[in-house]
Design a binder for this molecule. Sequence first.
Ligand code: GLN
Length: 278
Amino acid sequence: MSDVRQLLVAGAAALGGADGRFEAELLLAHALGRSRTWLFAWPEYVPGEAQRAEYERLLRARRDGEPIAYLTGSRGFWSMDLAVSPAVLIPRPETELLVELALARIADDRAVDVADLGTGSGAIALALARERPQARVLATDASADALAVARSNAQRLGFGNIGFALGDWCAALGASRFDVIVSNPPYIEAADPHLAEGDLRFEPASALASGSDGLDAIRTIVAQAPEHLRENGWLLFEHGWNQGERVRALLSAAGFDTVHSVRDVEDRERVTLGQIAR
Ligand code: GLN
């Protein structure tokens, strides 16, 4: 009979790599319905047969490449624990830069209208709704399955200042206008070999890739957003490290002012923003 300590040693060896031990802890905790810290308090606990079988199933799936976040069904973002499923992109830490830049443009003393296009798990919309209780955040997605994940996250976290709309990019917004529109759209080139590596193999292609140069979704958003922004409204979106110059040109051509890109902690252009001054 193996106890927690032995199962973790075996799991770390089965997964290998620098993260093997940490991932084994996450998977065993999930199989037991406990927290990771619980494992450290009960190293001699002997899981039952069903729990052990579940742990072994999770280890096999992880060895086959399935992302940890899909196996445990959750991922942390902006200090929230978000439910995720294969219907949504797994939230990335680098996207917190987009949240910070949006927050700097959302006043905290009045009802600012904000839209998050292609919300996926709801990560960006929920972070903004949480930091700006007076804002009204509309989260959109073209996938009903993704929107269901975002909606359940909002319900579980108890946020009342967030709404949901199904549809492609600005088509989901109807005739409404917003003060701030944010998005983490797909922006990877369709032929990029990274799409066949790591977690990306398991994530929705529609959330990652966007045409031969990766800019199809961004072109659509930049073209549509001016009609949905109030005077002095901001459009901010994430993009690939080598797309800054091209997306700034798209924004300027569409009539945006104050167009500029912001670099992430790795000193790569990660977010570009522009303002509509009519
Ligand atoms: N930053 C993600 C990656 O390269 C892509 C996310 C996206 O396309 N929006 O893994």
